[in-house]
Ligand binder design. Structure first.
Ligand code: M7G
Length: 321
């Protein structure tokens, strides 16, 4: 489907042309308003020279806030304009080598900005650089330690319900399958600016609301998981021309948000959270449930956890660490 607006079997397909540049959605009438003008900085939570990203804690309108600033990749499509339209200041020259400061036009020099406001203490901890530990969680310690903890302490899922109910990000939905059992919504993760495929990052949110994570999955969920794999990969192929063989499709365990969701990344993109201690490939999960319907109920799972995460203390108190 060239324009991607037609129906696919069992679901509605909504195109988001990759070339269409979209600004970060905010609920303000004037999207040009600088909501960060009065941001007051409390501390830098994390900082990466390699990723050109900084995580900041501060106050916005008297409320706790986390702001993430990130320099975005330079896409091939802007090179011509960048070379023609920039100011160039020479820094040094030596033999065949020279360096410059290039000042591109403002619209080619955007910084991806994510704002969480009001941010909870848990958000601040999530983005703070911390030592981590690997936790060993048996099926039994999931029921006695992890489950009671996540039932009390999890992040709100309001943003997920807003997407499922089309109260937010409706215009960003790429595909949806409305079936209550096997249905899901596929849309860009808010980490992806959609300007280039190299860092493609989509998110599939299941329609069912009672599946918290991988741990809740059993063989009854196989039709749901297969549906997400089949339709998700088909839609990505159609929209972006990326075959399933170029995708990393996986769950996080533990996730940050306890509503079942699946990450779709470009395989070449080495994204934080895709390493062996946290990522579980969707295809492996399907295979595991085929060989043992109760695999994720009984199996010991390992996951990384930050030093001051309350869940780590629960494992320590139970002498499981
Ligand atoms: P996770 O595995 O629960 O946690 O994934 P992580 O953030 O530790 O990876 C949740 C995913 O949802 C992450 O990739 C987030 O970037 C993404 N995400 C979180 N929020 C609050 C939003 C949102 O409001 N919109 C969209 N589109 N993605 C979000």
């Amino acid at each position: 489907m060239a324009d991607g607006t037609g129906e696919t079997k069992g679901g509605e397909d909504k195109s988001l042309g990759l070339k269409k540049r979209r600004s970060f959605h905010i609920d303000h009438e004037d999207t040009k308003e600088n909501v960060l003008a009065d941001f007051s900085l409390s501390s830098v939570l994390n900082y990466s020279v390699r990723d050109k990203r900084i995580f900041i804690h501060g106050k916005l309108d008297g409320q706790e806030a986390v702001v993430i600033l990130e320099k975005t990749p330079i896409g091939e499509d802007i090179l011509e304009e960048m070379f023609r339209g920039s100011k160039l200041e020479a820094e040094m020259s030596n033999d065949i080598y020279s360096t410059y400061k290039l000042q591109p036009p403002a619209h080619l020099n955007e910084i991806k900005t994510t704002v969480v406001c009001p941010a909870t203490e848990k958000h601040v901890k999530k983005y703070q650089r911390q030592e981590r530990h690997l936790v060993k969680e048996t099926g039994e310690s999931y029921s006695s330690i992890t489950l009671p903890y996540i039932e009390q302490q999890s992040f709100s899922l309001q943003w997920v319900y807003n997407i499922l109910e089309k109260k937010a990000e409706a215009d960003r939905i790429l595909f949806e399958d409305l079936d209550q059992e096997v249905g899901f919504v596929l849309l860009p993760d808010f980490k992806w600016d959609q300007k280039q495929l190299d860092d493609l990052f989509l998110l599939a949110l299941v329609r069912q609301r009672k599946i918290k994570s991988l741990r809740d999955l059993n063989a009854d969920h196989l039709p749901l998981l297969r549906n997400i794999y089949e339709k998700g990969t088909e839609v990505i192929m159609r929209h972006y021309g990326l075959p399933a063989s170029k995708l990393r499709i996986y769950f996080h365990y533990q996730p940050s948000y306890y509503h079942l969701h699946i990450h779709f990344n470009a395989l070449n993109y080495e994204v934080p959270g895709s390493s062996v201690e946290r990522a579980h490939l969707l295809l492996d999960v399907i295979e595991n449930l085929v060989s043992d319907p109760q695999y994720y109920k009984t199996r010991t799972l390992y996951f990384p956890i930050s030093e001051d995460d309350g869940l780590l203390n629960r494992f320590k108190e139970a002498r499981k660490l």
